[in-house]
Design a protein around this ligand. Structure first.
Ligand SMILES: *Cc1c(COP(=O)(O)O)cnc(C)c1O
Length: 434
């Protein structure tokens, strides 16, 4: 059959969830193992499946839709810009990029922004900037630079990034691996200090302020400030991957703000561990479009000169317009403050449940990035089975590594909605009580 005679199936022809699942199964690579929920519509904290069943979304596309599904202001910005000009390539200028760069650098208080698309690309960009800075500014001999990373990290899926993962599934048979990384235990400042003292040629440390994929592993309050001060003492770039934790998710504008009371607009306060390199993605677009960025001051960003790094879509007018609106929404709707208040409420409600039940051992997290640890062996299917039951009861969540379930609703959730969700979650967990 030639393409000329190919008949396209219409999306309206998909009448059942099973039909959609079968299509993906037959024609798509099997690189994910989704819950059997086929979503066709989203609005705020809700999503609907093909059978019109309504759910609370408690994953928020891994914290990309902090602003809620299809936020009207973000959709509008995207619509308007995509009808005017969508892509110009960086071979020319466009009239939106500079306005976005001014806004975002003032918002996060860095001198410069380098726009990319996916999170992994932004991490790769940070690694390249860090290495180049090491050779040209710190004076490390060429090709000798090492970057410190942390055990159980998740920074994306590219060949270099999976080289320093310790997740077997992410790594195995994708070698040979990119050299130049030293892995240190997370939440262990002494181990970090030892590595910094014993190794020459360390260029930077790349860290998640809370390890989301690892199971919302939340370090001690003084760990990130210690990482920051150790990096400073050893003239090593402190690079924060805030792709999942950033943009109000943890109850502050950035997780490196710590538990300060800036209510989301932290400005070099005592608890703020300001990164030398800040990596953003996910909610930078509110889930409307792939937008990521690396921010740094001139002293670091100046090492990148024309022709040395780029991306066809990076900094395109639609991405720039969407990101600006997504950041405005976070500010205008006080999403950091909401995440902080409702996150405290969520954990206190679940702790009440945990006191009288044994199916969950603990709840942890900050703001509205939380997880519960299920009281069963790591390789049991209990967490998965609970997520299937939650789905039946109208709430979508997914297990992360082992028997941990992450709960991360859109930050536009209201207190009433959150209490409704607490009810769904605790009633469902009761079904699994031993
Ligand atoms: C999701 C994520 C990434 C990768 O982002 P992609 O857009 O999937 O490439 C990197 N780091 C962290 C902490 C993430 O959560």
């Amino acid at each position: 059959m030639s393409v000329d005679t190919l008949d396209k199936m219409n999306v309206e022809d998909v009448k059942s969830s099973q039909q959609a699942i079968d299509l993906e199964d037959k024609y798509g690579a099997h690189n994910y193992h989704p819950l059997p929920a086929v979503l066709k519509k989203g609005e705020g904290v809700y999503v609907w499946d093909v059978e019109d069943k309504k759910y609370y979304d408690f994953l928020s596309a891994y914290s990309a839709v902090n602003q809620g599904h299809c936020h009207p202001r973000i959709v509008d910005a995207m619509h308007k810009q995509s009808q005017t000009i969508s892509l110009t390539s960086r071979a020319f200028h466009n009239n939106v990029l500079g306005v976005y760069e001014k806004y975002a650098t003032e918002y996060f208080k860095f001198d410069k922004l380098l726009p990319m698309n996916s999170g992994a690309e932004a991490v790769e960009t940070a690694i390249k900037i860090c290495r180049k800075w090491a050779y040209e500014e710190k004076g490390i001999p060429e090709t000798e630079a090492k970057i410190i990373v942390f055990e159980n990290n998740f920074h994306g899926r590219t060949t270099t990034i999976i080289s320093f993962s310790n997740d077997e599934g992410a790594r195995k048979n994708f070698g040979p691996y990119t050299p130049g990384f030293i892995k240190v235990p997370y939440n262990d400042a002494e181990a970090l200090e030892k590595v910094l003292k014993e190794n020459k040629n360390i260029a930077g440390a790349l860290i998640e302020p809370i390890q989301g994929e690892a199971g919302v592993f939340t370090p001690d309050d003084d760990f990130i400030p210690k990482v920051k001060s150790l990096c400073k003492a050893h003239n090593v770039l402190f690079m924060a991957d805030e792709i999942q934790t950033g943009i109000a998710r943890t109850g502050a504008l950035l997780a490196v703000c710590g538990k300060c009371d800036c209510q989301g607009h932290c400005e070099r306060q005592a608890t703020y561990s300001r990164p030398d390199v800040l990596i953003l993605g996910k909610a930078l677009s509110g889930g409307a479009y792939p937008v990521s960025a690396v921010l740094a001051d001139d002293a670091v960003m100046k090492v990148i000169q024309p022709g040395q790094h780029g991306s066809t879509f990076g900094g395109n007018p639609v991405a720039a317009a969407v990101a600006m609106e997504a950041l405005e929404v976070v500010k205008d709707e006080k999403l950091a403050q909401n995440a902080r208040r409702l996150g405290d409420l969520f954990r206190s409600e679940l702790n009440k449940f945990i006191e009288n039940h044994n199916i969950v051992t603990l709840v942890r997290g900050r703001g509205l990035l939380n997880a519960i640890v299920i009281n069963d062996s790591e390789d049991s299917s209990t967490a998965w089975d609970i997520c299937v039951a939650l789905k039946e009861n109208g709430l979508l969540a997914k297990p992360t590594h082992g028997n941990i379930i992450r709960f991360a609703p859109p930050l536009v959730i209201t207190e009433d909605q959150l209490m409704d969700c607490v009810h769904i979650i605790t009633k469902t967990l009761e079904q699994f009580e031993k």
